[in-house]
Design a protein around this ligand. Structure first.
Ligand SMILES: [Zn+2]
Length: 225
C-alpha cells in the first residue's frame, strides 16, 4: 500500500512535542529527525501512527528479520508508550497545576456547580471537561457541549471559571444517590493533550446539598475505558 505523508500542521505539532529528540534513543536529532510510520501503519496519515526518530533508530525499527530474530524487536505498543513518554518529558512543563471540583456553593439540584482553575502563573491552557452522572444502574453523559468533552475551555494563567449544568429530571424523582465522574483533559499551547486522573463524587441530599469526593471509580460504578 502507498506510504501516506503526514500533514504539515500535524508534523509541526509532534516535532514541538518531542523538541526534535528521537523518541527511541532520545538523542537531540535536530535536522536529522524523521517522521516515521509505526510498523504496519505506512498507509495511515493519522498523527497517532507517527513517531519522530533519528536515522539510526528509524533503520532499527525497519530492519528486523522475523525469520532470524536476534534480540527483541520493538512492538507497536512499546513504541507508542516510549514516544508518549518523550512527548510528555518535553511538554509537561507547559501544564500548570489545575484545580477542579463539583461544588454547589449555594446551588440546589437539579442545578450543579463546577469550577476549574489554572493555578499556574505562566502558561495559558485549554481544557476539555467530561462529566458522567449515574444513579442506581443508570448513567449518562451531561448533555451540554461544555461538559461532554467537545468544548475547549480557555484558561489563562491564574484564571478560574465557574460553570453549572442541569441534571436530567428523572434523577430527582428516585431515592438513589447521585454520583458523578469528572474527566479533565488539559491541552497545552502546543496542542498536546494531557489527561488528568478522573475524580468521582457522591452527592448527599439533605440540608447541605453537597458533593463528596470518592477516590475509587469502581465504587461509583462509573468506569470508562
Ligand atoms: Zn534514535
Amino acid at each position: 500500500m502507498a506510504r501516506q505523508p503526514f500533514n504539515e500542521d500535524d508534523s509541526i505539532k509532534v516535532l514541538l512535542w518531542c523538541g526534535r529528540h528521537c523518541c527511541l534513543c532520545e538523542k537531540l536529532a535536530g535536522v536529522g529527525i524523521e517522521l516515521a510510520h509505526l510498523p504496519g501503519k505506512e498507509s495511515s496519515s493519522d498523527i497517532d501512527d507517527a513517531i519522530p526518530l533519528c536515522f539510526d533508530c528509524h533503520a532499527a525499527i525497519g530492519h528486523y528479520n522475523k525469520s532470524h530474530p536476534k534480540g527483541k524487536c520493538y512492538g507497536i505498543k512499546e513504541l507508542k508508550a516510549r514516544r508518549d513518554q518523550v512527548y510528555d518529558k518535553y511538554t509537561s512543563h507547559l501544564v500548570p497545576p489545575i484545580h477542579y471540583e463539583l461544588a454547589q456553593r449555594g446551588r440546589k439540584l437539579p442545578d450543579v456547580g463546577f469550577q476549574i482553575h489554572n493555578l499556574g502563573d505562566r502558561y495559558a491552557v485549554r481544557a476539555r471537561v467530561k462529566i458522567d452522572l449515574a444513579w442506581g444502574t443508570s448513567r449518562q453523559l451531561v448533555a451540554s457541549d461544555h461538559y461532554n468533552g467537545k468544548h475547549l475551555w480557555n484558561l489563562n494563567a491564574q484564571q478560574g471559571i465557574s460553570g453549572h449544568f442541569e441534571t436530567p429530571a428523572e434523577i430527582l424523582g428516585g431515592n438513589e444517590r447521585l454520583r458523578a465522574r469528572v474527566d479533565v483533559t488539559v491541552v497545552d499551547i502546543y496542542k498536546r493533550e494531557h489527561q488528568l486522573l478522573p475524580i468521582g463524587y457522591i452527592h448527599t441530599l439533605g440540608p447541605n446539598d453537597e458533593w463528596y469526593a470518592e477516590p475509587s471509580m469502581v465504587e461509583l460504578g462509573i468506569e470508562r475505558s
